[in-house]
Design a protein around this ligand. Structure first.
Ligand SMILES: [Mg+2]
Length: 407
């Protein structure tokens, strides 16, 4: 049986690496891209220098600020990262049609049949890594294996700028010493149960009788056992737009004033619409997320008559959802706006909408160009100015003063 050759490409500390590329004076410094460090948001990306202090993505930004108070805190610029992501993805797409982006900074390639044209999987991988580094300027880690599961773990293991190849037939031996947490689908809860049963390494799991795992975990137990042996038949699923785009905001204090929540929904709608346009997609479904003061979280969605990437269309839908599902007076901790069911943008070119729509489209693109340069928070709806939220040009880096903690 001839084995597949799968490459997993994962960019290292992607948002931070883009910021370093655009401002080389940041190179090697602890950089944290994410929410305002004085607020209650989270870290989106931490540079390797910041990770040395224990900072991790998805960690509360306030905790990151305590761990690494001298870090350089930068606002998220989705549009800019989207553009660099597209550059990387278009390099990858040159090597195989079996190419699956799994997130903004990660993709799988099935190069089994590409080897006749471009050389061995190893040669293809080396060339891709070199091109991403030299032509685009970003560090990436690659894993090569006979399936997605092992390729992904291999790419992770070499970070940053790693290159790890797992030869056919050595998958189980490669995985055996690693902790069970490295396997797909093993979250905190499953890991705790596995530890309690005496399984600490993937090798422990591989040696366990499959029926024991099935008794403990049902069908998932069988999958777990297969994965522990390094077996994974899932195909690389080519093409397709990203599944969704979303942005959220955590309030510094819980909020129950409708106007204030509404202002933020507007800001987030604009951010999501910008992200859609920068990546060339429109959304059919708009999603509202609300987290209450007690952390209870709901998401509600509405499907549009026609797909859109326009700020006001997304905001209208989100506001409608909010008014329908929010009970007056309920305290809100976090609001989020999402766009799902994405399709490639076409509407403007086809002239499906009237001239008014087209003008909106042009206006939004001008605004996008300014955001690209100064950060997502630079342009805020007039309603937000003076609320202390987004009223300062936080992302304005040309002044040489990135956002930092108050002294
Ligand atoms: Mg990554």
């Amino acid at each position: 049986m001839s084995s597949r050759q799968i490459i997993c490409v994962d960019l290292d500390a992607f948002f931070c690496s883009v910021e370093e590329l655009l401002d080389p004076s940041l190179k090697g410094k602890p950089i944290i891209v994410g929410a305002d460090p004085r607020g209650r948001g989270v870290v989106s990306s931490a540079s390797y220098a910041a990770r040395e202090y224990g900072v991790r993505s998805a960690m509360p930004i306030s905790r990151a600020a305590r761990l690494c108070p001298h870090a350089i805190f930068l606002p998220v610029r989705h549009g800019v990262y989207g553009e660099y992501s597209q550059k990387v993805m278009s390099v990858l797409a040159e090597y195989t049609p079996l190419f699956e982006p799994v997130s903004i900074d990660e993709a799988f390639l099935d190069v089994t049949l590409s080897q006749d044209l471009f050389g061995s999987a190893e040669q293809i991988g080396k060339e891709i890594q070199r091109r991403i580094r030299q032509d685009i300027g970003l560090p990436a880690s690659l894993g090569i294996a006979t399936n997605k599961l092992v390729a992904k773990i291999a790419s992770d293991l070499g970070k940053p700028s790693g290159f790890v190849q797992v030869p056919s037939g050595t998958e189980a031996a490669f995985l055996a010493p690693l902790p069970v947490e490295k396997l797909w689908g093993v979250g905190l809860k499953t890991a705790q149960r596995l530890h309690a049963l005496g399984f600490h390494t993937i090798g422990d799991l591989a040696q366990a009788p499959a029926d024991k795992l099935q008794r403990e975990f049902g069908v998932n137990g069988l999958a777990l056992h297969q994965h522990a042996l390094g077996i994974d038949d899932s195909p690389v699923k080519p093409g397709g737009p990203p599944k969704s785009v979303s942005q959220e905001h955590t309030f510094p204090q819980d909020v129950s004033a409708e106007a204030e929540i509404g202002r933020h929904l507007l800001h987030l709608s604009q951010g999501v619409a910008h992200q859609l346009r920068s990546q060339g997609f429109q959304a059919r479904t708009v999603v509202l997320k609300l987290r209450y003061h007690d952390f209870a979280t709901i998401t509600r969605s509405v499907t549009l008559e026609a797909p859109t990437d326009l700020d006001h269309k997304i905001f209208d839908s989100v506001l409608g959802l909010f008014r329908k599902h929010w009970r007056q007076g309920d305290k809100i901790r976090l609001v989020g706006v999402g766009a799902h069911n994405l399709v490639p943008e076409t509407a403007y070119q086809l002239g499906l909408f009237g001239p008014g729509e087209e003008r909106y489209g042009r206006l939004h693109r001008t605004v996008d160009a300014i955001r690209q340069k100064y950060g997502d928070d630079i342009i805020v709806p007039a309603a937000l100015v003076g609320t202390g939220e987004g009223s300062q040009p936080k992302g304005k880096r040309d002044s040489g003063a990135p956002r930092s903690l108050p002294a």
